[in-house]
Design a protein around this ligand. Structure first.
Ligand code: ADP
Length: 620
């Protein structure tokens, strides 16, 4: 560096400085630019995210709106459907109601129409029942008729009262009465039945004898009789029934408590509904009683309630508000007809346990309705000795105990129905030969077929007339006799013997009997040579009891087993005498006779010639 270039260098240095400053400025500007750019980029992304979010939100809003709209549309559609359904249901309900009403109206009209002829029947029947010129049999028939007229009359009255209640036409006739006396009087009507049925009835009236209150006695009497008769109806012997009556000055409470069959929880709310019956298969009434009782109690401003445990019993409690009316001069009301009828209804006919002695055919009647049994007894008793059973189980027991000549069996019965009962009778060797005539309230063909499938020999629909019943019984017994004759003639395996009168179905009992008889013949054939062969051995080898074996053989062949055994031995001896050259005593021993002289005697008795005469006649 020197003077010449010092300026230049200075200049250069200054311009370098300037350039450097410029560069620095530019760098600063560039930094600033980058800074702004990155801020703008962030802003851009932020804005972009916001836009995306906004779009997403908008989409969600739109979607929700759209879904909501669709949902609303669906709801509107559903509502429309529901409304339509409701309308249809309403219409159907109305139609149903109309149908029920017209049905009830029809019932009412029919009941009205029936009441007059029934009254006209009831009176003569009652008079005839009391007549002293009737034979005991006619008297019993009149008693059945009278009792059943009463049942009908009570049912009709119940229906008519129920209609009156539904149409608000039931009046309350209040009279001031002594409650304690009334309750005692009513409950004492049941003491005789309780005694007869072996039911312990306790009457517990905790009301001052002087206490009076206003009641429609006829209606409360019916409530009382309905509760008491139900307690009796649904309790068996050895149960207890307790009537308890108290009054606290403002409410009269009476309860009927029984230790009978009780009511299941699912039925308990419904038993006060009209026509409701717990047992729909074997109903024991009409199902009106309690609904009418409730109506009567409510007419008095009272209430009725029930508590029950199935298998343990039920308690019905009635509460009536105490009211008073002007003391009336009205005499103590007479027992309402319908309540007297209830008592008649509860009064069942006892079963006749063992058969009477005699030659007449023995008939077993299995029916749960005591009146039907009684009616059959009265219709057939001159010609048959009759024993009775009230259900299938009892029927089977009696059939195998007494081996009757004919069984009449109802189809619908509690405990064990008639079809099952018939099936078991026909499957049991000791009873399979007994003809069974089924009785049914229904004349449907399927039921008939089911009856025949269960082995029934004949069918008779209720109501039956006495001539028809007699004829069917005679036919069945005659038919059985025919089979017996064919069997007794056959000392070898019996042939088909099922000739039946027209209209009677073939039953499988014939097969069982044929098989039994064939087995018996085979057994005798094998054991015949043993002179000590007796009924006990035969019965035990046939697998049934001695007396059942005796009755079975007797009913199949009309011979006692001893007679039949001798007949088979002699028939075999005759065959051997004819077909072999063996000596008479050899043959006698071979067929089980230990004394040839005795053999000769009984042979002559049976064939009207001695063995030697037979041989001579045959040229042997
Ligand atoms: P019904 O007139 O046919 O006897 P109710 O209306 O009196 O009819 O009774 C309705 C149903 O309530 C009956 O079918 C019966 O099953 C049941 N029931 C009523 N009382 C009793 C009782 N004390 N024990 C058991 N069941 C009862």
């Amino acid at each position: 560096m020197d003077n010449t270039n010092a300026d230049i260098l200075l200049l250069q240095n200054e311009s370098l400085k300037e350039e450097t400053e410029k560069i620095q400025l530019l760098k600063l500007q560039l930094d600033d630019y980058w800074e702004r750019r990155s801020a703008q980029t962030s802003l851009f992304y932020a804005a972009l995210s916001i836009v995306v979010l906004l779009c997403g939100f908008l989409f969600m809003v739109l979607r929700a709106f759209w879904l909501h709209k669709r949902h609303q549309k669906e709801l509107v559609e559903q509502n429309r459907l529901l409304a339509r359904q409701r309308d249809t249901e309403k219409r159907l309900n109305e139609q149903l109601n109309q149908a029920t009403q017209s049905k009830l109206m029809f019932f009412t009209n029919v009941s009205h129409d029936l009441r007059t002829p029934l009254t006209l029947i009831a009176e003569p029947v009652e008079q005839l029942e009391g007549a002293d010129y009737l034979t005991p049999q006619h008297h019993a028939l009149m008693k059945i008729a009278n009792k059943n007229v009463k049942i009908l009359r009570r049912l009709i009255n119940q229906i008519l009262d129920f209609r009156k209640y539904e149409n608000d036409k039931l009046d309350v006739n209040l009279t001031e009465v002594h409650v304690a006396e009334l309750m005692r009087d009513w409950s004492e009507s049941f003491t005789a039945i309780a005694r007869k049925r072996d039911i312990k009835l306790s009457i517990d009236i905790d009301v001052d004898p002087a206490f009076t209150m206003a009641l429609d006695t006829e209606k409360i009497e019916r409530v009382f009789f309905n509760l008491m008769s139900n307690a009796f109806k649904y309790s068996s012997s050895n149960c207890r029934i307790r009537l308890h009556c108290t009054c606290d000055g403002s409410t009269l409470t009476f309860s009927v408590e029984d230790t009978g069959q009780g009511i299941a929880a699912e039925d308990i709310d419904k038993i006060f509904d009209r026509f409701y019956q717990v047992d729909k298969i074997y109903p024991n009434g009409s199902g009106i009683g309690l609904s009418l009782a409730k109506a009567f109690v409510e007419l008095h401003g009272g209430s009725i309630a029930v508590e029950s445990t199935p298998g343990k019993g039920s308690t019905f409690t009635v509460q009536l508000p105490v009211r008073h009316v002007e003391a009336t001069e009205a005499p103590a009301p007479l027992r309402a007809t319908s309540t007297a009828d209830i008592l008649a209804e509860l009064d069942e006919v006892e079963l006749d346990a063992s058969p009477a002695e005699g030659e007449a055919p023995l008939l077993l009647v299995i029916d749960d309705n005591a009146d039907i049994r009684k009616l059959i007894r009265e219709l057939l008793s001159p010609k048959y000795r009759i024993i009775e059973a009230s259900n299938g189980k009892e029927g089977i027991r009696m059939a195998s105990k007494y081996t009757p000549d004919l069984i009449i069996c109802d189809v619908m019965m509690p405990v064990m129905d008639g079809l099952e009962c018939c099936r078991r009778i026909k499957d049991e060797i000791s009873t399979s030969h007994i003809p069974v005539l089924m009785l049914t309230a229904c004349s449907m063909d399927e039921e008939r077929t089911m009856g025949y499938e269960s082995g029934a020999d004949g069918y008779l629909s209720k109501p039956f007339n006495s001539k028809m019943l007699e004829m069917r019984c005679e036919n069945l017994i005659a038919n059985r006799k025919r089979i017996r004759n064919v069997l007794s003639a056959a000392t070898d395996a019996p042939a088909a013997t099922t000739a039946r009168p027209a209209g009677e179905a073939p039953a499988r009992d014939a097969d069982i009997d044929r098989e039994f008889y064939a087995r018996f013949l085979k057994l005798v054939e094998g054991e015949m040579a043993k002179p000590d062969l007796n009924i006990d051995t035969l019965a035990s080898k046939m697998g049934i009891g001695r007396s059942q074996f005796y009755r079975k053989i007797k009913s199949l062949t009309n011979y006692s087993p001893v007679e039949l055994l001798r007949k088979i031995r002699l028939t075999k001896a005759r065959e051997l005498l004819t077909t072999t050259d063996r000596s008479i005593s050899e043959i006698a021993y071979e067929v089980g006779f230990s004394a040839p002289a005795y053999f000769t005697r009984v042979f002559r008795e049976m064939f009207d010639e001695s063995p030697s005469e037979l041989r001579t006649r045959l040229g042997k």
